[in-house]
Design a protein around this ligand. Structure first.
Ligand SMILES: *Cc1c(COP(=O)(O)O)cnc(C)c1O
Length: 274
């Protein structure tokens, strides 16, 4: 069965959706998105993802054409049509069409269902490597469609035998290209609190960890990485994924640590996955 999508009040298979070539997403790169999964047939952390999407749209001056209550049944319809127990959903919102090619007149909203692409098991078992790049995302709190920085770095990442990039600026780290970062230092969980996209997975892990760890949401320095017993990254698709090398630095003994494993297990339990 194909995966279906919603555009302009119509539901069709995703590959039959057509957006006009004068869309400001295409002409000007003006767009934002969100991405989340269902577990057990229900959108996971729906309230949090919707709130973030709404905030992003507001920051980009894009009025949402649908309310939260109107959107939910569309999600359920798309899920049912996929014939799958669970899917990924992508909201994509662009500047839409404008006669002067610059004003926001009629934004476009697409809701797409997609197959879930799980992170490969070996990455959880061995941990990933990331390179370093001096960069801060523009309007970092918005889930913008602008990923040109990491796309340009893609071959550099591969040549380094790495899987992603950690952004830093003036000695301060922020996040990976599509996921947040945590340091485990003794009994403390340390995560940057600025120049980041506020991940729903980050929020979920902070909640799941608060009973057993001291949480520190603060500016985090590159030099803090030397103190770390473990480092991991979080996102909707990566969940809790250990990082064992950052640039030339090996984290602790270079092995996946117990806290990362424990928090991944807690996350799985929370989502209902065994
Ligand atoms: C999507 C994303 C994240 C992770 O957010 P989740 O809600 O946990 O998926 C972090 N940083 C960036 C830049 C992102 O695009």
């Amino acid at each position: 069965m194909p995966y279906y999508g919603y555009f302009n009040g119509v539901i069709t298979p995703v590959d039959q959706i057509g957006v006009g070539v004068t869309d400001l997403g295409l002409l000007r790169g003006y767009g934002l998105f969100d991405y989340f999964l269902t577990y057990g047939g229900k959108p996971f952390q729906w309230d949090l993802y919707w709130a973030r999407f709404q905030r992003s749209a507001e920051r980009m001056n894009l009025p949402l054409p649908l309310t939260k209550e109107q959107t939910y049944p569309i999600l359920m319809d798309l899920l049912a049509r996929s014939g799958q127990p669970d899917v990924a959903f992508r909201f994509l919102m662009t500047g839409g069409y404008a006669p002067d090619s610059i004003s926001i007149v009629t934004p476009n909203l697409l809701i797409l269902s997609e197959p879930i692409h799980p992170t490969p098991d070996w990455q959880y078992e061995r941990g990933i490597r990331v390179i370093l790049d001096e960069y801060v995302r523009e309007m970092a709190e918005v889930k913008s469609t602008d990923y040109k920085r990491v796309m340009l770095l893609n071959s550099t990442i591969r040549e380094a035998g790495a899987q992603d990039v950690l952004y830093h600026k003036d000695g301060e780290i922020s996040e990976l290209s599509r996921s947040n970062i945590f340091l485990v230092i003794g009994n403390r969980l340390v995560t940057p609190n600025r120049n980041i996209l506020y991940g729903v997975t980050r929020r979920t892990i902070l909640d799941l960890a608060k009973a057993d760890f001291q949480l520190e949401k603060r500016p985090v320095l590159l030099s803090d990485l030397y103190e770390a017993n473990e480092v991991f990254t979080t996102s909707t698709n990566k969940k809790v994924l250990p990082i064992v090398h950052i640039g030339d630095l090996q984290i602790a003994d270079g092995q996946v640590g117990p806290v990362s494993k424990q928090l991944l297990a807690r996350f799985h339990a929370f989502t209902g996955k065994q």
